[in-house]
Design a protein around this ligand. Sequence first.
Ligand SMILES: Nc1nc2c(ncn2[C@@H]2O[C@H](COP(=O)(O)OP(=O)(O)OP(=O)(O)O)[C@@H](O)[C@H]2O)c(=O)[nH]1
Length: 401
Amino acid sequence: MPLRKKEYQVHGLTGQFCDASRERMYRRSILEGVSGEFSLAVCVAACVFGMFAIADYYLLGLTREFYLLIAMRVVVVSICLLVAFSARRWSSAEYRPWLHALPLWVLATGIILIVPLRPESLSTQITAVVVATMAFYLLIPNLLTFATAASLYLNVGFLVVAVLFAGLAPVPTLLLSLLLIMGNVLGFFALLRLESLQRKQYALLHEEREQNRQLHQEIAHRQSLEDQLRMLAERDALTNLNNRGHFIKVANNLLHRAQSDNVPFSLFMIDVDHFKHINDTWGHSHGDWVLIRIAEVCAEAMRPSDVIGRFGGEEFVMALPNTSSEDAQRIAERLKQRVAALSFTDEMSELGISVTIGVASTNGEGGDLEALIKRADEMLYVGKRAGRDRVVVCRDGLGDG
Ligand SMILES: Nc1nc2c(ncn2[C@@H]2O[C@H](COP(=O)(O)OP(=O)(O)OP(=O)(O)O)[C@@H](O)[C@H]2O)c(=O)[nH]1
């Protein structure tokens, strides 16, 4: 997958992100994983360097040069081990490239110092320098620039002391230089490739995460839009109760469950009395306000298992699962009283509100919601004709028509 953003571009010669802040982020992200590898690699390099004390003994015996070499090896190994163990405790905020590169400089100095003390074993040391150069680039994790600087220091330093102390002739010096250049070129390009690949992989992962985050945001946005749409489709805008369609859907499910559980189910049709008069006297907006207050009273009066909706105009409908005809009558009476007790402020203070409630119940027998609504509606109109402000309960079952 090609990387789109400029901030992910990797420099062709350093193998680092061109964007400095991106590079810092990358290094912080890898430091924890790399510090373990770094410590192990430095320990291994220090042990290998220390191990050559055996060669010193066999080549020099217990001479002054041997003791000097031993002292130098102890110093180099100690510094390396110290850096290796403290690297484990560095947090991501403490990344110091110079400190990471320190073991390379110390080891390089150690290798260079062997030449004046053991000049006769130069050929072995040449092999050691080539191996150390590769190890600087590839074994001990470091930035390419720091690994290159330390390797050049090792190679140039070694050449100089080899000429000065081991009397290396011009032609072998040239050949050795070519060999060391080859080692450096190989190490440089191998590490450059590795650094670039690692950063490209990091960038891909980062981009993927960013896209995932955007996707999640988009999903959340769509979900909230869907919720809003559902709300609009299910709710009555004025009272925020269920609208007629949604009420019928939910009440139907409740009725079917009541029928399968063989428990009673009741339904109220609630109509505000003389509502036209309220509109005509105080205006439509005050009429709206009255409807909202009545809706609140109904919603407060119902149990969690009940469902309420606005059926249209000044008419409300309420479904009460697990409620017998007798209980429904008591609940309806209480609801009627609570509506009557509603008080309004200022100009509407003398307004007396009443509702008429038609109640129909089923005792778990068959019949559908439509029939129950029809029966409750009939009871409502019986109540209206009888003078309003009352509860009228249908006493016969659904099947009786
Ligand atoms: N303010 C307001 N009025 C509405 C709304 N929906 C319907 N109405 C009014 O409610 C009134 C209902 O009048 P009617 O059907 O004659 O009933 P009523 O005056 O309550 O008389 P009864 O029901 O017989 O007691 C009409 O004037 C409608 O315009 C609404 O959302 N807001």
